[in-house]
Design a protein around this ligand. Structure first.
Ligand SMILES: NC(=O)c1ccc[n+]([C@@H]2O[C@H](COP(=O)([O-])OP(=O)(O)OC[C@H]3O[C@@H](n4cnc5c(N)ncnc54)[C@H](O)[C@@H]3O)[C@@H](O)[C@H]2O)c1
Length: 312
């Protein structure tokens, strides 16, 4: 299949690219003009790399030529800073995706896979484990934009028969996640341990989240690509909560290093517990996470040690 990975040089996109190549697909990666392609080093000889801007219609039209499947992994904002400029968030992510969908329809794309956010679309007051049918009340612009894009995918399917799948992803971590990206507490904490720097925690460390290792997320994306399903929306996580204190204790066991922790006053925006119900993905796309938190952390630690100089 001819696949276009938008944002394919990033953390999730580069890992997905390797997996699609292994399965024999033709992969075209679209990413920024000035993007660092070190994540794609092994894939580069076997992919088409198109550099451009997601917000430039002609760049996207060129990237879509002869494409059957689009995996949309571009986000121009982060959850924690998206409220600083919601207009930019909507103009770049929502309007940008609307243009992408229109061009995809014109160019005969068959299916779009979109990565939404299980951590932000539901909002703070929903009961855990959170199922796909729970109310959606995001309290950051990033979550609102993700939700708006989900709805427009549904509209395009309804009007133009463009197939799609939305994955509401928990907190992915693993190889190729940039420890300074502002997303990914596990990789950021491991980086602090590697640098022998103290780790700051808001609150008392009991805040619990759902963490998913990158190879499990990639296998979920592959299942969503391959399976024909009635449902178009799936939660993707471990389905299990883990507190920051538990994470640090696992990291101590894996790395043999004792973290120096600085506890600071809790933030209002951090809900105590958030984890996803992944029953629908288990039942309908026959997917389940396979890598334990300990193994995932150990693999990420090994990778960070080998790539220390990339981030210094
Ligand atoms: N990492 C997470 O914690 C997480 C959790 C849930 C959902 N997601 C979603 O998954 C997707 C991928 O996340 P990631 O962690 O791989 O991010 P990433 O930042 O590692 O990769 C995104 C890629 O998109 C590219 N990009 C950004 N703006 C662009 C533009 N205007 N034009 C061209 N390329 C552009 C970047 O250069 C980067 O290579 C995003 O949509 C994100 O919202 C991520």
């Amino acid at each position: 299949m001819n696949c276009l990975i938008l944002g394919g040089a990033g953390f999730i996109g580069s890992n997905l690219t390797d997996a699609l190549l292994k399965l024999g697909h033709h992969v075209r990666v679209f990413d920024r003009l000035n993007v660092n392609t070190s994540n794609l080093t092994t894939a580069l000889p076997r992919i088409e790399l198109i550099r451009g801007d997601f917000l430039n219609d002609s760049d996207i039209a060129c990237a879509l030529k002869d494409i059957e499947l689009v995996v949309h992994l571009i986000s121009t904002t982060l959850p924690k800073s998206s409220n600083d400029n919601p207009i930019y968030d909507v103009e770049s992510n929502v309007v940008g995706t609307l243009k992408l969908l229109d061009l995809s329809r014109q160019q005969g794309v068959k299916k779009v896979v979109f990565l939404s956010s299980g951590g932000t679309v539901y909002g703070p007051s929903v009961a855990c484990p959170i199922s796909e049918t729970a109310a959606t009340d995001p309290v950051c612009s990033y979550g609102i934009s993700k939700l708006a894009i989900e709805k427009y995918l549904h509209l395009h399917h309804h009007m133009n028969n463009l197939d799609y799948v939305v994955l509401r992803v928990a907190n992915p971590f693993g190889e190729r996640q940039n420890p300074g990206s502002g997303q990914g507490v596990i990789t950021a904490f491991l980086w602090k341990l590697l640098q022998n720097e103290p780790i700051s925690i808001w609150g008392d460390g009991t805040v619990a989240r759902d963490y998913i290792y990158i190879s499990d997320l990639v296998s979920a994306i592959l299942a969503a690509i391959e399976k024909e399903t009635c449902s178009k929306l799936f939660n993707i996580g471990s389905g299990v909560p883990c507190s920051l204190n538990e994470l640090l204790s696992i990291m101590q066991g894996v790395t043999g290093r004792t973290p120096v922790i600085q506890y600071t006053p809790g933030r209002k925006l951090d809900v105590p517990v958030n984890f996803l119900d992944i029953t629908r993905a288990r039942d309908e796309i026959l997917w389940q996470p396979l890598v334990s938190l300990e193994d995932g952390i150990a693999r990420t630690w090994t990778w960070l040690q080998h790539h220390k100089s990339d981030f210094e």
